[in-house]
Design a protein around this ligand. Structure first.
Ligand SMILES: [Zn+2]
Length: 311
């Protein structure tokens, strides 16, 4: 799958402190989250849906559900925390600012296909600075990288990723939040896990007026999203947890099915990552992508786990 961090050396497990926070988070989530029979019931009751990812193109993992959300008339946001400067694939673009520009374009194009609104945050992809990447000093997060390391790397005197997460929720007022599960993060990528953890914590605290109270003085209001769902791969071992799958043939935007929209998003990335492709080749690529998506339900019929069910 394009650009989900595949191949990056990164951790699938968290350090003990994160495990402790997991327990705290889940105990709060039980009170913060309303019971529904399925994510589709939650979607039906939502006006606004927000997906939160780490890199431009992460949204492809959830594109079929986002297509279904837009198709159902929901205001749908795609939030991306990093600009993707450290893309591991050779796509013919130098790492650093040129790569960031290219990948942010991937996100904008995917959002346009989906009919969703992209929100790009300015954090750096990977532990190297932009300047280091442009000098060829390329590092990736270790398998043992903790969420705290990533957050400390992102935090600056002017910017705090957790405050950004809280502000986004207060500004956009999503009813339904979707993000990576914080211990698995799809590929185990440290930044996937980090945004999952930040989003879950923000889900629990955005309604608390004592958290970043200066937001209220600037006109924002506390906001409690009604549901938080984790995005898991359909082939992950999630035994014991309720799983829901996204119907491939569900209606998406523009009269297309969820699968067809997902395929269009995948082809859009390939348009950027292939050095050359004619319009005819792209049409054929999209036809093949629809066939591929239908044949690989683990990549389109995502498992979505309801955190409040996890006890
Ligand atoms: Zn990613």
């Amino acid at each position: 799958m394009i650009g989900d961090g595949s191949g990056r050396p990164s951790s699938r497990r968290c350090k003990p402190i994160v495990g402790a926070l997991l327990i705290i988070g889940l105990s709060f989530s039980l009170s913060a989250q309303e019971r529904v029979r399925s994510i589709f019931e939650a979607l039906a009751q939502s006006k606004t849906v927000m997906y939160i990812g780490a890199h431009p193109d992460d949204e492809n993992s959830i594109a079929a559900f986002l297509a279904r959300s837009v198709g159902a008339g929901k205001k749908t946001y795609i939030v991306c925390f990093t600009r993707g400067e450290n893309e591991p694939m050779d796509v013919g673009v130098p790492k650093g600012r040129p790569m960031a520009e290219a990948r942010m374009r991937w996100l904008r194009d995917a959002a346009a296909i989906l009919g969703a609104e992209p929100i790009q945050l300015p954090y750096t992809d990977g532990p190297s600075s932009v300047e280091e990447l442009e000098r060829g000093v390329i590092r990736y997060w270790r398998r043992t990288t903790s969420l705290r390391e990533v957050i400390a790397h992102w935090r600056t005197a002017d910017r705090d990723p957790y405050e950004d997460m809280i502000r986004l929720i207060r500004e956009k007022k999503p009813d339904l939040l979707l993000t990576w599960e914080k211990t698995r993060g799809w590929t185990g990528n440290a930044e996937h896990r980090t945004v999952g953890w930040l989003a879950e914590r923000a889900f629990l605290e955005a309604a608390n007026p004592d958290v970043f109270p200066h937001h209220l003085r600037k006109g924002l209001s506390p906001w409690q999203p009604r549901w938080l769902y984790w995005v898991l791969r359909g082939d992950e071992d999630v035994s014991g947890h309720p799983i829901e799958v996204i119907g491939c043939e569900a209606p998406g935007p523009g009269g297309r099915t969820a699968c067809e929209v997902k395929a269009a998003v995948l082809v859009s990335y390939r348009r950027h990552t292939l050095r050359t492709a004619t319009p005819e080749e792209l049409v054929e690529m999209e036809r093949q992508a629809v066939t591929w998506v239908r044949a690989h339900p683990e990549h389109v019929q995502l498992a979505l786990e309801h955190p409040a069910h996890r006890e």
